[in-house]
Every structure is written in C-alpha cells, then in structure tokens.
Write a new protein. Structure first.
Length: 298
C-alpha cells in the first residue's frame, strides 16, 4: 500500500526538518510521499525543506490554518491513504506498517487510526478523546479555576485500555491515518475552522457515517506538544489563542447539535466567559475587551 503524509508547516523549519528526517529513517518497505503545505512561512521553510528526500512542497500563499491547509495537501496527494501529521512530531519506528497492518487484519468499519502520543520522557500525552455534550462542557468550564483553553473535549486519555487497540470517539489531529476516499466522502475539514476542534468535527461526521476510530499501540510517535504553535513561550495570557479556541468550540456545536442546544450553549458560554474574564486579574484590560467583543461577531 502507498501513503501520502501531509504536514502543515508555519515558521517551523527546524521542527519540520526533524520530523521529515525521522520519517525517512524509520519508514521502511512502504511507498510514501511527504507533502509539506507551507502556510506562507517567513523563515525560509519552503526552500529549505524542498531539499529533503520524498518531499513535495505546496505553497499556500497565506496562513490557511490547520484544516484548510490539510485539505489543500489532500488535493495534491496521489496515494490511497493519507497520514495527517504535525510538524512537531518525531517518528520512532515503522509507524505506517502498523497502521496498514491494522487495516488489513481487522474487519472493522475503520475510519481514523491513531496511536498513543508520547512526550520526550515516554509518557503518554493527549492522544484521543470522547464526544462530550455541549451543556456538559459548559459545566466543566463553569468549575474551572481559570479560563479553559483546552479543545472541546473531556479530559484526554482517561482509562487507557490494556488491549493492543481500542475504539475512541476522536483521535488527536497530530497523527491521523485514514483512507483518502473516506476523507473526500465525508467532506474534508470544515474550512470555517482556523485551528482547534476541526479534527473532532471531522471525526464526528465520520461517526455519523457509521465508521469507527481506533487507537493502536504499535506505532511510536513523540509529540512535542505546542512546538508548532507560535509564541509558545509567552508568559502572558494569549488572548488570540483563547479566542480561536472558543470560536472553534462554537463552530463545532453549531455544526453538530440542534439550534436550541447551540443557542443555549452560546449564551451560557458568553455569559460565563465574560464574568470570568472580568474578575481575572491576570488578563490585561485590552485582552478582556478583545475576548468579550469576540462573542458579538458570531
């Protein structure tokens, strides 16, 4: 079988280069191409990464975000399977063989396959999640001590199965393996998302189509979580990131639940967030204004 590996790059030249080198050194006996979608990087990424083996560079022309850039990558993919992979990952073994063997050996209606993602100390990091009703998510937000900047989900990786594989609702967008035709069939990543929750939305549709998503334990992938995010070392509150995450949560609920649930969710989220932002002394006034104003643009 043959695989198109799609990596979105935005000013992460070194991270992406390390990722490519790990792929080229560990993926054996499987034909693959590496499609780098460059979101108009200013660090010379496109020119530098074009020199690596098996790499095809697609210049987006602007920063499309995660989902739209991956959609663009799939349009240039020539193989039957696609592997969506973050630029801040390192491959430690022949990951694609594990994914392909799972497809070949198990008679499931398989949607997306992923693996447990490791940190640099071999601890399991955020790798998958389960669909949470929006009103339950509101309750979670209400009891948080600080503004919740996690993606729309319950806590990650609770009760990891002892089995070599197990079914989950959704798999982290850092490493998602699936058939290209299925990706096209379900309608690709929703372009309304810029970043965050788009993989949850995609896999919600996969679930509605009757497919199941699985985590398997054979592949070994390190995810340097946050490595591909700009300003990751920022000590001050990142209002832009918070607004992007919140907007994505709202889009997800609007896409997948009734108008009634959506309106209740939107009203409660706006109310709770406004109150928490106002009383939080760690957020600058200008950032408080940006966050509160963002709810009026929906």
């Amino acid at each position: 079988m043959e695989v198109s590996i799609i990596i979105v790059n935005y000013n992460t030249k070194t991270l992406t280069a390390n990722c490519i080198e790990s792929i080229n050194s560990k993926i054996l006996d499987i034909k693959y191409e590496i499609i780098i979608v460059d979101n108009s990087s200013a660090d010379g990424s496109a020119e530098y990464l074009a020199n690596f083996r098996n790499v095809k560079i697609i210049k987006a022309g602007s920063n499309l975000g995660f989902g739209k850039a991956n959609n663009l990558g799939v349009k240039h993919a020539k193989y039957d399977y696609v592997w969506f992979l973050n630029s801040d990952t390192i491959i430690l073994n022949n990951v694609l063989k594990h994914f392909i063997d799972f497809y070949k050996n198990f008679n499931f209606n398989i949607g997306v396959v992923g693996s447990l993602l490791l940190d640099t100390n071999d601890n399991v990091g955020p790798s998958f999640g389960y669909f949470v009703h929006p009103l339950k998510e509101i309750m979670n937000i209400f009891i948080e001590k600080f503004i919740d900047v996690n993606r729309f989900s319950n806590k990650h990786n609770n009760n990891i199965s002892n089995s070599e594989y197990f079914k989950v609702d959704w798999i982290s967008g850092a490493s998602m393996f699936m058939r290209r035709e299925l990706f096209k069939e379900i309608g690709e990543f929703d372009p309304k998302f810029f970043m965050y929750s788009e993989e949850v939305d995609l896999q919600k549709r996969i679930n509605k189509f009757g497919y199941e998503n699985f985590i398997i334990k054979g592949p070994s992938v390190i995810h340097l979580e946050g490595g591909s995010s700009k300003n990751k070392n920022e000590k001050t509150f990142n209002s832009k990131k918070y607004i992007t995450i919140t907007t994505s949560k709202i889009i997800y609920v609007k896409n997948n639940y009734s108008k009634f649930v959506y309106l209740i969710y939107y009203f409660l989220l706006a109310t709770i967030t406004t109150l928490k932002v106002i009383v939080n002394r760690n957020i600058l006034i200008k950032d408080k204004v940006k966050i509160i104003k963002s709810f009026f643009y929906e």
